[in-house]
Design a protein around this ligand. Structure first.
Ligand SMILES: *Cc1c(COP(=O)(O)O)cnc(C)c1O
Length: 495
């Protein structure tokens, strides 16, 4: 297989192997790593349809990690997709009429972040070994709730790694917070920060491009890497489940092999939907990408106008993992629709920084005709939970409900009845309060942990193992820090 390399979205200077890009996390110019070309595979080859999730993952990942030996890749895949997942299909589908939900939440932390963060630590340690890296790797992660826990689980007690997670103190659900602050593992460090997700993400990104700071850490024997979806090692594994779910639909005869589908993704940092877009570039027949936002709808406006404008209020919602104004992975999409023009991307990103907005070129607008943007506010989100439950007896979380609502709006508006995959990104048990409201239950007298039990009774689903009795686990991480103090906090953690 030809060797694939990775370059920055913002310049043409770096030229890295997969291992190098995974360890480095983000390019020196602040850009994100992208494949220099899309690899080739015939996804309509019937023999792929019958592979297990793990074997399919091998076939897709080897296209990108061309510097990994088969044994190295198998080691990563085997350790990642094992019985940690509570369903043998890893990401099973559940069909309701013309829409099928890909349940991406059967991993340890009950959110789709597990799909990639179960394998990223193995990519990271394998890469470091291959590259002969002597320093200890320090993983920094900013989280809107789900990445933090999934990264902590993935990296907990992994040799040669320290992991530091920053979450916005008021921006995550009680269950999400409790999952993080009860995290075990000698090498795990968790901090609440006074600020929102964008503050946390900006703080972390700033550190990655602070060459003096990184040099000082290196002197102490540490190098930084990222567990956020800016890391290419997180994005690539997400391509696999779109292909897997397409085959599941074909096997269930909901579609024929080769037939086009639409994909709806509840979007925040644009990583998940970008993976679907990469799947299409590999040859998966996807007609429309429906990008669903909550009332922080900067992306809806972007797809409608070609203008990305940050100058708006940040409004916390009941789908907190999508409360984001700066959608990092959009940069990789912009790169693709600019026909790989890193000069243009550098200009747009510098406009975003200096003016708080940018407008893409007309040629780029034409290249995103297969995207549709829509949003649902909190009320519409709760309504969507309610109607899916009464129409099909199926319970979804708030993020998935945003997607379902935007899907219904889209079908109403366009009459497009194409079979559709909806990414179901979290277990309803992570957001019991809003989900129960959608199911018509009164919730005000209970705390979130009582509501977990109540949800199990009302929806007739068992409480998933990983959050059983979570409220009684010891709290191990109590620190709060200021959004401007991340540098000092990290130094203190590392001693
Ligand atoms: C992270 C997350 C999202 C947003 O995904 P992106 O890849 O950041 O667009 C949506 N739903 C849930 C539950 C999440 O945890």
């Amino acid at each position: 297989m030809a060797n694939l390399h990775f370059k920055s979205t913002r310049s043409d200077s770096e030229h890295l192997t997969f291992a190098q890009a995974v360890v480095k996390g983000i390019a020196s110019d602040g850009g994100l790593f992208v494949p220099e070309a899309m690899p080739e595979i015939n996804l309509l080859d019937e023999s792929l349809m019958t592979l297990s999730y793990q074997e399919l993952a091998m076939r897709i990942l080897e296209l990108f990690a061309t510097d990994f030996s088969e044994a190295e890749l198998r080691h990563c895949v085997t350790l990642a997709y094992d019985e940690k997942f509570r369903n043998v299909a890893i990401a099973p589908i559940h069909t309701c009429g013309k829409a099928s939900f890909i349940e991406l939440y059967h991993g340890k932390t009950l959110a789709f972040k597990d799909m990639a963060l179960s394998i990223l630590p193995h990519f990271m340690t394998t890469s470091a070994k291959k590259l002969g890296t002597k320093e200890k790797i320090v993983i920094l992660a900013a989280t809107s709730g789900d990445t933090g826990k999934a990264a902590l689980e993935g990296f907990s007690d992994v040799d040669g790694v320290e992991i530091i997670v920053f979450y916005p103190t008021d921006g995550v659900s009680d269950v999400q917070k409790r999952q993080m602050i009860t995290q075990e593992g000698e090498n795990t460090h968790v901090f609440g920060i006074n600020g929102n997700f964008d503050d946390a993400q900006n703080g972390v990104k700033r550190i990655f491009t602070d060459e003096n700071y990184k040099a000082a850490l290196k002197e102490k024997g540490y190098i930084l890497s990222s567990a956020n979806s800016i890391n290419i090692g997180r994005l690539v594994p997400q391509i696999v489940y779109y292909i897997s779910s397409y085959y599941q639909l074909a096997k269930a005869q909901s579609i024929t092999l080769g037939e086009s589908i639409n994909v709806v993704v509840p979007t925040g940092n644009f990583g998940n939907i970008l993976a679907a877009y990469y799947a299409k570039q590999l040859g998966l027949p996807i007609k429309k990408f429906i990008c669903a936002s909550n009332h922080n709808n900067v992306l809806t406006d972007f797809f409608n106008t070609g203008v990305y404008d940050l100058k708006r209020d940040f409004i916390p919602s009941i789908s907190p993992s999508m409360d984001i104004l700066i959608s990092s992975n959009l940069e990789r999409f912009l790169y693709a629709i600019s026909d790989d023009d890193s000069h243009t991307i550098a200009t747009l990103m510098s406009d975003l920084k200096s003016k708080g907005s940018y407008e893409i070129t007309n040629a780029m607008k034409l290249n995103m005709a297969d995207f549709y943007g829509g949003f649902a506010d909190d009320k519409a989100t709760v309504d969507a939970i309610s109607s899916l439950s009464s129409d099909y007896g199926y319970t979804i979380d708030t993020h998935t409900a945003v997607a379902y609502q935007v899907y219904r709006d889209y079908v109403k508006k366009t009459k497009d009845e194409t079979p559709t995959l909806i990414a179901s990104t979290a277990s309803p048990f992570k957001f019991p309060r809003s989900v129960l409201e959608g199911l018509g239950e009164s919730v005000s007298a209970f705390d979130d942990f009582e509501l977990v039990e109540k949800l199990a009774q009302v929806a007739h689903i068992e409480v998933p193992g990983p959050i059983k009795a979570i409220e009684t686990r010891p709290i191990l991480h109590k620190d709060i820090c200021d959004k401007n103090d991340l540098n000092q906090v990290i130094l203190k953690v590392l001693g």
